[in-house]
Write a protein of this length. Structure first.
Lengths: 165, 357
């Protein structure tokens, strides 16, 4: 059952990511991405980490993507770049893709070797994550929150119209 | 094998309970509004001349809806247009699986939890599913390719996103008091007593949290006074372009949300299936007397208590829906962002201070 679910989720996930890249319509792109995020949540649930699974769905598939889709559907974006600018973006994207691919293989190698050494326990219970966040990773946690607040304030400053005198 | 059968029975029972009550909520709404407006209300539906105050009305409505023409406008984005009502319906219907209807039932040496899925993050699961339900609204508004539907969908999404923040924050105080995200554990904690006589229900420990949760949940159901996304009287709604059974699914979703909000209020703030002073072996009253009951009767008491509380909140929500006028859009946003969210943050701080004393 678990294997069946894994492969089902994997197929849907990869297909939706491909759909996201191929589709020309921005709204459909965003919707495919939502499907991919939901599948990621399913993977975490299969890995016995229900908290991470649910948080993945609430934050990525829920909050963030809804805002994205909201904006995309409100403003009609034009379809893609003009052809004269397409050429160098292709080479640029190819270069980045190669770098990312190498990086992915390297991380997979290290991840698999660490998997062999220790068995998988139940991971990511809310208590564990909370304790880690507020003890060991306190500074990164606080710095991240400051970053988010800075982004929020920045967004408000950019959006707010200046008073005309 | 018997495990699978038990799970199947539980799933079927929960769904049947959910859909049946939802159907009857439509009838209750019509009757209650009729009483409020000094009318008689739906009382004509009959089977073979037998009409028990119109109790067959929901089935007549359902049959009518199924046989209506299902019209899809030519200019709509067809696939998403067809998909949207099912997304709305599914993500509300699935939340019932995390709600505990009662404690364990023991039959023939087997312990059956009266809950479809006992997930240890049940509370977050419910919130996640409710937040995914927004996609149904956004997609229906956008895929209809109609300006009024789009406006309705956008209003709906904006309102639901705003109130989801308050909804989530109002529950943090509750999680601090009952240190768990598991809905059945939260209900078990509420069986304890405060000062030896007061049941430890959320309403006594988190009164402010209850108020914020109730307002935010009312906004999540998208009914009057928060019905900007639907706008029943001027038809600027996200389901303007729907007809037949698909429109019916949206309407059912509305009533299902009312029911889910009631079950959540009951489970989180009013002790779920707990009856005051009822333990697993019978009543233990605070004045010392006892009334011991067999196991089956206790389970019946618990399920009945859950149902009565849920029905009470359904009634209350319908009463509110037929009593108050609609908010203006800026009033809705002000209430959400400037009142409920600061209050819920204050509630978290106050709870933390009280807990640390």
């Amino acid at each position: 059952m678990a294997h069946f679910l894994f492969f089902l989720l994997a197929i849907v996930c990869i297909a939706s990511v491909l759909g996201m890249i191929i589709s020309k319509n921005q709204a459909y792109n965003a919707l495919f991405l939502v499907l991919a995020f939901a599948c990621m949540g399913g993977f975490f649930a299969l890995l016995d980490a229900p908290f991470i699974a649910v948080v993945q769905i609430i934050i990525y598939a829920g909050a963030i993507m809804i805002l994205f889709i909201f904006v995309i559907m409100m403003i009609n974006l034009r379809e893609g770049l003009p052809p004269e600018r397409k050429k160098w973006t292709l080479y640029f994207a190819l270069g980045i893709a190669v770098v990312l691919f190498v990086e992915l293989i390297l991380t997979m190698k290290s991840a698999f070797s660490s998997l062999k050494s220790g068995g998988i326990e139940k991971i990511g219970s809310p208590t564990d994550i909370g304790r880690l966040l507020f003890t060991e990773y306190l500074y990164p946690f606080e710095i991240t929150s400051i970053l988010i607040i800075a982004a929020l304030v920045g967004a408000i400053v950019l959006v707010k119209k200046r008073d005309k005198e | 094998m018997s495990e699978t059968i038990i799970i199947l029975i539980k799933v079927v029972c929960a769904l049947v309970w959910f859909l049946l009550i939802t159907l009857y909520l439509t009838w209750v709404e019509r009757k209650e509004s009729a009483v409020i407006q000094d009318r008689i209300g739906a009382n004509r539906a009959s089977i073979l001349g037998i009409r028990i105050i119109g109790l067959f009305q929901p089935f007549a409505d359902a049959i009518k809806m199924i046989f209506k023409e299902d019209f899809t406008p030519r200019f709509s984005r067809r696939f998403l247009h067809n998909l949207a009502p099912f997304i709305s319906f599914f993500f509300v219907a699935i939340t019932i699986s995390a709600i505990p209807f009662g404690d364990v039932l023991r039959i023939g040496g087997q312990e059956i939890k009266l809950q479809v899925m006992d997930i240890n993050v049940g509370l977050l699961f419910v919130l996640a599913m409710l937040s995914l339900g927004i996609y149904g609204i956004i997609l229906s508004g956008w895929s209809s390719n109609n300006r009024y539907a789009l406006i309705g969908g956008m209003r709906g999404a904006a309102q639901l996103i705003s109130y989801e923040v308050a909804l989530g924050l109002s529950l943090i105080g509750l999680i601090m008091v009952y240190p768990s995200l598991n809905l059945s554990t939260i209900v078990h904690y509420q069986g304890e007593l405060l000062f030896g006589w007061l049941p430890k229900w959320g309403v006594f420990l988190q009164p402010l949290g209850l108020l914020i949760f109730f307002f935010a949940a009312l906004a999540e159901t998208k009914r009057i006074p928060f019905d900007l996304p639907e706008g029943e009287n001027e038809i600027v709604g996200f389901f303007t372009e729907y007809s037949g059974l698909k429109w019916g699914l949206f309407m059912m979703t509305d009533f299902m949300e009312v029911l889910i909000v009631s079950t959540l209020l009951t489970t989180l703030f009013f002790g779920g299936w707990q009856v005051p002073w009822l333990a697993a072996d019978g009543f233990h009253f605070p004045w010392g007397s006892e009334w011991l009951l067999p196991h089956g009767i206790v389970v019946i008491f618990q399920v009945a208590a859950f149902n009565i509380k849920v029905f009470f909140f359904c009634w209350l929500q319908i009463l509110i829906r037929w009593t108050y006028p609609r908010f203006r859009y800026d009033q809705v946003m002000d209430l959400g962002w400037k009142l409920l969210i600061p209050l819920s943050l204050a509630n978290i701080v106050a709870t933390a201070i009280l807990l640390s004393i």
